[in-house]
Design a protein around this ligand. Structure first.
Ligand code: ADP
Ligand code: MG
Length: 682
């Protein structure tokens, strides 16, 4: 008797060779096979008489082959098999291109079902390369056909046949991860039926029923898994902090905070006084003013006699935060220090001593903050900026230097709400969805490389008007390796300096430079001494040079949309009209569609949503950065309503039965789903 774990070779027609090909699709067992869902469907249910076929219509025709097929060799590489089929209403001329075997696969006088796109020529009808089946057959005609993603050595027909056998063998053996009462309460069909109909739907309605159930199941399991991760955290307690009067802090600011900033700060204050360690994500578009939100939290820490640490992913960012925050915090009597790899040994020793004694209450730095020899007297708040750049381990290592400190994560990658709900199921989320007043649109253009001369002239003009420009040359991280960006950036800068802008100052900054050098280059750019800064993505985040008004990105198609959005956020930070020019010679439809999104909107959330739609959640953050189990069927951009319903059901179940004792099949599936890559979320 076959079981779910039986090897796919059990299926007739699947031998060693094909089993190997199927492995590329991660199909090894019968269970894998029937869990391989179609990516689309082809509705082949319409039957027509020949006379009624309309031009361009897809339909099945039952017709008799009137005479043996003929083979015509038009030229090398083009062979036509032609045949004439008839029914009582008319004649259908059928042509197969380069399918020579068709010549011998028809019997004159026999009736077949042909499915294809009809062409009309006067009273006659024609079809090219139709799908063919013996009369009365219902394998590939007369039904809604599943379309599977394929790999070399595997055809649709082969998969369809295998799927039928697989379903017949073990459809009834599938354990249902949805508890019966959940299934009934939410009007969801049984799992066996869902599997059958998702592959071979009897109708659109039945397909919708199957799909709804499977999507629900997936989201339900995801929600349970995430909730359990979070549950572990919720059991932690800590002494609640006193609420802090922030009037003095607000009074120091040269501007009024936006409503969104204030809301985020209120969320944080509520967390800090709740008696549980905070675990909050503050998400806001580039330039939305997250730093001040972090600063408010740091003020709260100091007021409660606790230390706060803010960790940034790059030296440049850490220094910039320090320069922005230290004067503000110091004015409020909070001793603030900067700790990066660039700090000299002697100074470092004194900072470490001051951290250990508690004399320094706020420290801003890079991962230098988590070096083994850094000790804090009482670290109560850990802020990480641009969190997706940190490994989870790094965040954890900083937190481990305190005793259950409050955690605040700031992300400039706008995440569609649906996805945020899922990925950060274990974090609370505050969204800063409002930019400070007076920001202007950045005019964005996507152009081919042939525009380069024009772009250079445009840059010159802008510089003549007193502005500065960034030029980014792309270096995409591949296979978790940081590429050697030094050469690309340096050579590009040299070329620009010598050949294009001999009378201007071109500088270059890249990831392999010593921090001191980097700082010098950045400082010169910030001071307006250099006109053009060539850089790699290494400096994409956070840098603030209000006079820069042009951002040029080479090979723009190689960046994620959210990354491009980050890069674009480097300009338009002052009062000057700003421009972003995306250069790409990639003519593929996808690349063009993606760049077009950039030219059409400046809304980071919309861009993220588009990115998600075009690339799928798996690629959204790049493989390393999200810890989301791969979703087979649920589409997080579309299934929002169902997501909420599934989440509600998951919470109810966990309330009733937190350990899932009553439903081992649910527990088992959650375990399976979360067995890989999920630590990444905590
Ligand atoms: P991000 O969210 O990208 O980290 P920043 O915190 O760097 O944004 O803020 C971007 C710029 O906006 C900074 O120059 C900051 O001083 C300024 N800023 C922040 N909040 C406000 C506000 N409420 N009104 C005006 N300017 C603000
Ligand atoms: Mg920032």
């Amino acid at each position: 008797m076959p079981e779910l774990t039986t090897n796919v070779r059990y299926v007739k027609g699947i031998g060693e060779q094909r089993a190997k090909s199927l492995e590329k699709l991660e199909i090894r067992t019968l269970k894998d096979l029937i869990s391989y869902f179609p990516r689309a469907y082809d509705d082949r249910r319409t039957f027509k008489k020949i006379r009624d076929l309309e031009e361009g219509e897809n339909a099945c025709v039952e017709a008799m082959v009137a005479a043996p097929p003929t083979l015509n060799r038009i030229r090398a590489g083009l062979e036509l098999v032609k045949l004439r089929a008839v029914d009582e209403t008319g004649t259908l001329d059928i042509t197969f291109f380069n399918q020579t075997y068709r010549k011998d696969s028809f019997q004159a006088g026999e009736t077949y079902t042909f499915f294809g796109k009809a062409e009309a020529a006067g009273r006659r009808r024609a079809m090219a390369n139709p799908i063919v089946e013996q009369e009365g057959g219902r394998l590939v005609t007369g039904r809604i056909m599943p379309i599977y993603p394929l790999t070399a050595g595997i055809s649709q027909l082969m998969l369809v046949k295998a799927m039928e056998q697989g379903l017949a063998a073990c459809r009834t053996l599938l354990p249902d991860p949805l508890p019966d009462e959940v299934r009934q309460e939410h009007g969801l069909c049984r799992i066996g039926y869902a599997y059958e109909q998702i592959h071979f739907p009897d109708s659109e309605e039945e397909l919708a029923i199957a799909r709804r159930r499977l999507v629900f199941e997936e989201l339900f399991l995801l929600a349970i898994g995430l909730r359990r991760l979070r549950g572990r955290r919720d059991q932690l307690t800590c002494a609640p902090w006193e609420n802090t009067d922030l009037t003095g802090f607000y009074g120091q600011l040269p501007f009024d905070l936006t409503g969104a900033q204030r809301r985020a700060i209120e969320d944080i204050r509520a967390d800090l006084t709740a008696g549980r360690p905070m675990n909050r994500l503050v998400q806001g578009d580039v330039g939305s003013g997250k730093t001040m939100v972090a600063a408010a939290a740091m003020v709260c820490a100091a007021a409660n006699g606790k230390q706060a640490a803010l960790m940034a992913p790059t030296e440049i960012l850490a220094e910039q935060h320090y320069k922005g925050l230290a004067p503000l915090l110091e004015k409020l009597g909070i001793r603030t220090a900067l700790l990066t790899g660039a700090v000299k040994a002697k100074e470092r020793r004194s900072i470490l001593a001051a951290l250990e004694s508690g004399e320094v209450q706020a420290v801003i730095g890079t991962h230098a903050l988590i070096s083994a020899d850094v000790a804090y007297r009482d670290l109560g708040l850990v802020v990480t900026d641009e969190q997706h750049r940190f490994g989870v381990g790094q965040r954890g290592a900083l937190a481990a230097k305190g005793e259950r400190p409050h955690l605040l994560v700031m992300s400039a990658t706008p995440i569609p709400r649906t996805l945020a709900l899922m990925i950060y199921g274990d974090l609370d989320v505050s969204v800063i969805d409002e930019l400070p007043p007076g920001r202007q649109n950045i005019d964005t253009f996507a152009v081919p490389g042939s525009y380069r001369q024009r772009i250079y002239r445009f840059i010159e003009k802008q510089i003549a008007e007193g502005r500065q420009a960034y030029m980014i040359c792309s270096m995409v991280e591949e296979n978790d390796q940081i590429p050697d960006d030094r050469k690309a950036a340096a050579e590009y800068a040299k070329m620009l300096q010598e050949k294009v802008f001999p009378h201007l100052h071109v500088a270059c900054v890249h990831g392999r430079m010593k921090p001191k050098e980097k700082e010098k280059v950045m400082a010169a750019f910030a001071a307006g001494e250099t006109h053009i800064l060539v850089s790699t993505t290494v400096v994409e985040v956070g840098v603030d040079v209000p006079n820069a008004a042009v951002m040029v990105v080479e090979d723009a198609d190689r960046f994620g949309l959210s990354q491009l959005h980050q890069l674009r956020g480097r300009v338009g930070r002052g009062s000057h009209k700003s421009y972003c020019i995306l250069i790409s010679d990639n003519r593929s439809e996808e690349a063009r569609a993606r760049l077009k999104v950039m030219t059409q909107t400046g809304d980071g959330f919309k861009i993220a949503e588009e990115d998600l739609r075009l690339r799928g959640p798996g690629d959204f953050f790049g493989r390393r950065q999200h810890g989301l189990p791969a979703l087979k069927i649920a589409d997080l951009t579309c299934d929002m309503a169902l997501l909420k319903e599934a989440q509600g059901a998951a919470m109810e179940l966990l309330e009733r039965d937190p350990e899932l004792i009553s439903c081992p099949a649910t527990a088992g599936r959650v375990e399976e789903m979360f067995s890989s890559g999920v630590e990444a979320m905590n």
